[in-house]
Ligand binder design. Structure first.
Ligand SMILES: Cc1cc2nc3c(=O)[nH]c(=O)nc-3n(C[C@H](O)[C@H](O)[C@H](O)COP(=O)(O)OP(=O)(O)OC[C@H]3O[C@@H](n4cnc5c(N)ncnc54)[C@H](O)[C@@H]3O)c2cc1C
Length: 468
């Protein structure tokens, strides 16, 4: 059950799917580290623990992403081991200046959500927007019923969210909903649809964002504090503020919050701030280190950033789109014909290249992380990659070890810094680790270490073969 596996191991990603099964014993709790997690509030009574277990995206269900996707898309799509099933892969943007500017990448999620609503395919969109009035957190899952609401909720939120409230809404209020989520959330919705027909009927479309990993709310606090906004006093944040004279990947973070000089709006380039390097894994959920789905393989369409040289020069932002569902594919094709969408076919190889570091971390890196757990006989969520050790050199293993350590320590050190009211405490303790990580990643160092190792092995061999 979840208590003995996912919850005990710390693999809960806080999606909230387990709360939506009938007679679920779980509700969502928010930790001092700024992350959601399921909590058993009913004990062992007459509750549906098995149903909750079956819909958890990290449980030992026999339904991995490939199995779920093959039932949904297997008959009409091509297959690639990284992209999953696909009809087409595109890069491009929405040919509407306002919509594109207001989005994170090329505005494709917002355009398609509005299109599905306008054409009567759906009656509402479930996605992430600014907080509901009752919430303490800055963002939460919301239901949008018109195009203005959908537009207002564009943009990427690197922020902890959970879907128990919106899933409860779907159960209570009949309708045809589009669900937008991260890959593990989309998988959870698919599992829930297998468990409960109502969710299958009422959520006819699922979209997924590509995902590097999910962040705790401390990711926002960390940026804000560097600008003089103490944790807890940040009121708004835009993680993907586009800068007109920079590369698309060189975006800024826009924050509004309480500083010593009163409430201020601050825009700061992301890359200048401590903790902005996604390779360091600051504030990531542990579950994200044990996930092998980057593009959201169980969804009708997936959307990411076109981090490719031919697109990254355009600061207005470019999307990558994978289509799997024929109705979505048709809407995209019509949009292209009418020049509402400026999309270009890209190969699945180019798509994989655009997320190369991410795939390395969640294929090669994941194999190694699984190996380490299996050596110690510790349970881990079942994965599609095998536990392996010797596919990596020593330097690469050290890099993955450091990432896990930085992830773990970022949570506890930040809390300690808040207790001490001293941001530098956090930087002082983490920066030696990030510096070591970056040094190991430099080709020069990797080359030197490789050469030193070869030299040492050569010497050893010579010593062994010197006649006595
Ligand atoms: C945690 C996270 C990690 C990501 N990692 C990567 C990555 O490694 N590589 C990559 O290429 N892309 C990644 N993305 C996706 C990328 O940032 C864009 O969201 C995506 O390209 C869509 O851009 P768009 O312009 O089409 O979306 P927009 O038109 O701006 O619309 C965004 C839509 O997503 C919804 N949304 C925002 N945040 C969330 C959320 N947390 N959960 C569910 N729905 C949400 C919004 O409500 C809106 O409907 C990530 C997104 C998130 C939230």
């Amino acid at each position: 059950m979840l208590e003995d596996t996912v919850l005990r191991g710390g693999y809960c990603v806080g999606c909230g799917a387990c709360t939506a099964v009938e007679h679920s014993p779980y509700k969502m709790a928010f930790s001092q580290y700024g992350m959601f997690s399921a909590e058993n509030v009913a004990g062992d009574g007459q509750v549906n623990r098995l149903g909750a277990y079956r819909v958890c995206p990290f449980s030992e269900s026999d339904k991995c992403e490939s199995r779920i996707a093959s039932t949904l898309y297997g008959s009409a799509c091509n297959y690639d081991e990284h992209v999953g099933y696909y009809q087409n892969c595109y890069a491009g943007f929405v040919n509407d200046f306002g919509l594109r500017s207001n989005s994170s990448s090329g505005g494709m999620v917002t355009w398609l959500s509005q299109k599905l609503l306008r054409e009567g395919f759906i009656s509402a969109v479930i996605h992430v927007g600014m907080r509901r009035e009752s919430d303490k957190n800055l963002f939460s899952y919301c239901v949008s019923f018109d195009e203005e609401q959908i537009f207002a909720r564009s943009k990427t939120r690197y922020y902890p969210i959970e879907m128990s409230v919106v899933l409860d809404h779907v159960r209570r209020v009949p309708g045809r909903y589009l669900f937008v989520g991260l890959p593990c959330f989309s998988k959870a919705v698919r599992l829930l649809q297998e468990e409960d027909r109502q969710y299958k009927e009422r959520i006819p479309y699922v979209f997924s964002l590509f995902c590097g990993h999910l962040k705790s709310s401390r990711f926002s606090d960390n940026f804000a504090w560097q600008q003089g906004i103490f944790p807890g006093t940040l009121s708004e944040i835009d993680f993907r503020h586009k800068l007109p004279d920079r590369l698309a990947s060189d975006y800024a973070v826009e924050m509004i919050g309480e500083t010593e000089e009163g409430v201020r709006r601050i825009v700061s380039p992301a890359r200048k701030m401590f903790g902005s390097n996604w390779g360091h894994m600051f504030f990531a959920y542990k579950a994200c280190d044990y996930c092998d789905d980057i593009v959201g393989e169980c969804s009708d369409a997936s959307f990411g950033d076109a981090w490719l040289p031919q697109f990254v020069n355009d600061p207005k932002g470019t999307s990558i789109v994978i289509t799997r569902n024929i109705e979505i594919q048709n809407l995209v094709a019509i949009g292209m014909r009418k020049k509402e969408l400026m999309l270009y076919d890209i190969s699945n190889d180019a798509l994989v290249r655009s997320q190369a570091g991410n795939f390395r971390h969640r294929r090669d890196g994941l194999s190694y992380r699984l190996y380490k757990l299996e050596q110690k006989g510790i349970w881990h969520p079942p994965k599609r990659v095998q536990a392996r050790y010797s596919h990596l050199d020593q330097t690469r293993r050290a890099i993955y070890d450091l990432r896990q350590r930085i992830r773990r320590e970022s949570h506890t050190l930040f809390l300690k810094a808040i207790e001490n009211r001293d941001y530098n405490y956090f930087v002082r303790h983490l920066s030696p680790l990030t510096r070591r990580h970056d040094r190991l990643g430099q080709p020069l160092i990797r080359g030197a270490l490789g050469r030193a190792k070869r030299l040492a092995l050569g010497l050893l061999h010579r010593l062994k073969t010197v006649p006595k």
